[in-house]
Design a protein around this ligand. Structure first.
Ligand SMILES: Nc1nc2c(ncn2[C@@H]2O[C@H](COP(=O)(O)OP(=O)(O)OP(=O)(O)O)[C@@H](O)[C@H]2O)c(=O)[nH]1
Ligand SMILES: [Mg+2]
Length: 254
């Protein structure tokens, strides 16, 4: 069942958190990434659904949800809108950010373009700042090969502290490895240890003041730190999201 809706309004987000589980045991996996990196192609290949794909950016305006089974486990896959960051300067960024932050997925795959890694890594680093369970999928490896671009996946994995899987989703390459990796992360058999930014002393000091005030609502220290950083940024949209998803004025169905 595709849940893509017309967006541009916040109502388009309603389905984002309606991830009703069929048997209660499914692992919820978010698919994030810059526009046009092949998220929907991965989504379609894994779920057998037909989320619209094409080669213009921004067409997955809200999200789509699908199911797949791998080994002995059921998964719910959420195809998030393409974004360059999680700083919520557009409704798409807010949808992606809110789902990763407040939707509590068991793992988040960041699909990246192997021919444009420098730009794509910006989002990877931001997702790594928000959650531990991140997997980087370096997609479009066929294009990279054509352009004589080599990707050192194990080097990247060591530098970032997260699993890195290479793929060419359109031709189906690397998807089994991706599903294996997602399985291992969701099952806790593979524990990513994302390397995180340490900020200047005054910012770290301010974070130490804000974080205890958030701990009443957020157990997860990583998320509390990330939300505190956004508050320091003066990001008003995070306050709306906190009200909506943490203080009971919104509902999260998981
Ligand atoms: N060559 C090549 N093309 C790919 C690959 N994966 C996806 N594509 C193509 O890239 C284009 C964009 O793919 P989508 O799956 O729509 O990308 P998306 O990330 O969902 O895009 P947005 O929803 O706009 O963010 C399509 O034309 C796909 O067929 C790949 O591994 N190799
Ligand atoms: Mg898409």
């Amino acid at each position: 069942m595709g849940l893509t809706r017309q967006s541009g309004t916040k109502e388009g987000m309603a389905d984002v958190f309606n991830v009703e589980k069929l048997n209660g045991n499914e692992a919820v996996i978010a698919l994030a990434g810059n526009p046009n990196t092949g998220k929907s192609t991965v989504f379609n290949a894994l779920t057998g659904l037909h989320q619209h794909t094409g080669n213009w950016p921004g067409k997955t305006v809200t999200n789509a949800r699908g199911n797949y089974r791998h080994r002995d486990c059921d998964f719910i896959l959420i195809d998030l809108p393409g974004t360059y960051s999680l700083l919520a300067s557009s409704i798409e960024e807010q949808v992606a950010r809110d789902f990763i932050c407040f939707g509590n997925p068991d793992a988040t795959i960041v699909v990246t373009d192997a021919t444009n890694l420098e730009r794509n890594l910006n989002l990877v680093l931001q997702v790594m700042e928000l959650t531990d369970n991140v997997i980087m999928c370096v997609n479009l490896m066929d294009e990279a090969k054509r352009k004589n671009i080599e990707v050192d996946a194990s080097g990247l994995s060591i530098e970032l502290g997260i699993p890195v899987v290479t793929a060419a989703a359109r031709e189906g390459t690397g998807l089994c490895e991706l599903m294996d990796c997602v399985y291992d992360v969701a099952a806790g058999k593979l524990k990513p240890h994302p390397k995180r930014m340490k900020y200047e002393e005054d910012i770290e000091g301010a974070l130490k003041n804000i974080m205890p005030r958030l701990s009443e609502y957020i157990e997860d220290e990583i998320k509390a730190r990330w939300i505190a950083l956004r508050l320091l940024d003066g990001d008003k949209t995070i306050i709306d999201s906190i009200k909506e998803y943490m203080l009971g004025t919104g509902e999260i169905l998981l």
